[in-house]
Design a protein around this ligand. Structure first.
Ligand SMILES: [Zn+2]
Length: 227
């Protein structure tokens, strides 16, 4: 195995069996760059590949920081909707992009079965889009950017901020940038303008700078499209 990875034993909260999961060591998490929709690229390996843990015994899957914190009421739903049809297979060890996509789609399935909040669905869909970006599969990337966008819109309307670690203005920025990326430029411009004209958003100068840049870009793209 890649020496930036290590295995760790955890208890699966659904089937109560011990499993081994693979994590990235801190020294493997050096950031190389960030895309305008917050997708992080790393120096040595794609850390995102390892962000979903899957129980090989029962098929339960979740983002690693959410894996152990499942509600008791969801366990029965996962057992009857996922575990019953699950064929034992391991997600331990080094992952390629397709294995990572499979793990994330299992996490998405778990969220659907749990009737999870839109913000949780949005977060996983956005990361699946980034994995397709890694594969240069633009068609599927756009498909999952749209899923993420719809769920972030729903979360923005229905949920209370912060959404996990996501504050309101960063969420607005992501919605605006996803609109721009899927080609809905008028919507993107509207959302970016709400951020740049907000006095409250100015408390986060870095976000305001990014919003200004992308606002201008969206306006230029729209002008070009209408030329
Ligand atoms: Zn399990």
């Amino acid at each position: 195995m890649n020496d930036l990875l290590y295995n760790k034993k955890v208890m699966c909260p659904v089937c109560n069996r011990e499993i081994e999961v693979t994590k990235v060591k801190t020294k493997g998490c050096k950031v190389k760059s960030r895309d305008t929709d917050m997708c992080v690229h790393y120096e040595d390996l794609n850390v995102l590949f390892y962000d979903v843990w899957v129980c090989e015994n029962c098929g339960y899957a979740a983002l690693q920081d959410k894996f152990e914190g499942i509600f008791t009421r969801d366990i029965a739903a996962i057992k009857s909707n996922i575990s019953q049809n699950w064929v034992v297979r391991s997600f331990k060890g080094e992952r390629e992009v397709d294995k990572a996509i499979e793990a994330f789609k299992l996490a998405l399935l778990t969220l659907k079965v749990r009737n999870a909040k839109a913000s949780e669905v949005a977060k996983v869909c956005l990361r699946i889009a980034w994995l397709y970006r890694d594969k240069n599969d633009i068609k599927r990337e756009t498909e999952f950017l749209n899923f993420a966008l719809n769920s972030y819109n729903e979360a923005y309307l229905k949920e209370r901020f912060p959404l996990d670690k996501l504050d309101e203005f960063t969420c607005m920025y992501i919605i605006a940038e996803l609109f721009r990326r899927v080609g809905k430029l008028e919507d993107a411009i509207q959302w970016f303008s709400r951020i740049v004209s907000s006095a409250e958003a100015r408390r986060n100068p870095k976000l305001i700078d990014m919003a200004r840049d992308q606002y201008q870009l969206a306006k230029d793209q729209l002008a070009e499209a209408n030329a």
